[in-house]
Design a protein. Structure first.
Length: 179
C-alpha cells in the first residue's frame, strides 16, 4: 500500500487533515521485516497518543492480539463481500481500521502483520510504534502487561488517533531505523 494513495475517513478528508496525516506518516517509514515488501510508518508513542488510545479503549474501540484481530477482520471481510455482491455502494475503500504494533516482535510476527495488512488493504492501515510490548501494555492498561498488537476499529476512533499523531507531529529524530 502506498501511503500517498491512502483514502482516509471522510471526516479527515473533509476537514483537510488527511494531507497533513499523509505527510507525517510518510516522514518516517521502515520495512516491516528484512525480506518484506511493505513499508509502514514509524510513529513515536507520546503522551497525547497514549491518551487517545486509552480513550478509544474505554469506548470499546480497541481490539488486542493477533488471533482476535485476524478473526474480526475476516468476519468483516465476509460482510463487505456480501454487501458488494448485492450491488451495494462501494465499501471498504477507505481506511477504517488502524493496526498498531510494538517494535519488539520477531520476524515471524512482522511477516504475519504484513500479510494481514495486504489482505485487508486499503481499509487497514498499519503503523509501527516506537515502543516495546510491555511499555505499550502498561501505557494502555496501567498494568504490567504485554500488548504487541492492537487495532482501532471505528472510523471515529481511527480519525482521533490519526489527528493526535499529526498534532504532536510525532516526528522525532531517530538515530537509526532498526527495531
Amino acid at each position: 500500500m502506498n501511503l500517498s494513495d491512502i483514502r482516509f475517513p471522510r471526516q479527515l478528508e473533509a476537514d483537510g487533515t488527511a494531507e497533513a496525516i499523509r505527510k507525517v506518516l510518510m516522514a518516517r517509514t521502515v520495512k516491516l521485516w528484512s525480506g518484506g515488501d511493505l513499508d509502514v510508518a514509524r510513529i513515536a508513542m507520546d503522551e497525547p497518543l497514549q491518551k487517545a488510545l486509552r480513550m478509544a479503549r474505554l469506548k470499546g474501540r480497541i481490539q488486542y492480539g493477533f488471533e482476535t484481530i485476524f478473526n474480526r477482520l475476516a468476519d468483516e471481510s465476509k460482510g463487505i463481500a456480501n454487501v458488494r455482491g448485492r450491488g451495494g455502494a462501494p465499501y471498504g475503500d477507505r481506511v477504517s481500521r488502524l493496526l498498531l504494533f510494538s517494535n519488539d516482535g520477531a520476524e515471524r510476527f512482522y511477516r504475519h502483520i504484513e500479510s494481514l495488512l495486504q489482505a485487508h488493504a486499503p481499509r487497514l492501515l498499519g503503523c509501527l510504534l516506537d515502543i516495546d510490548g510491555i511499555a505499550l501494555g502498561s501505557a494502555l492498561t496501567g498494568k504490567e502487561t504485554r500488548i504487541k498488537l492492537l487495532m482501532a476499529e471505528h472510523k471515529d476512533a481511527v480519525s482521533e488517533i490519526l489527528r493526535t499523531m499529526v498534532a504532536g507531529q510525532n516526528m522525532p529524530s531517530f538515530g537509526d531505523v532498526s527495531r
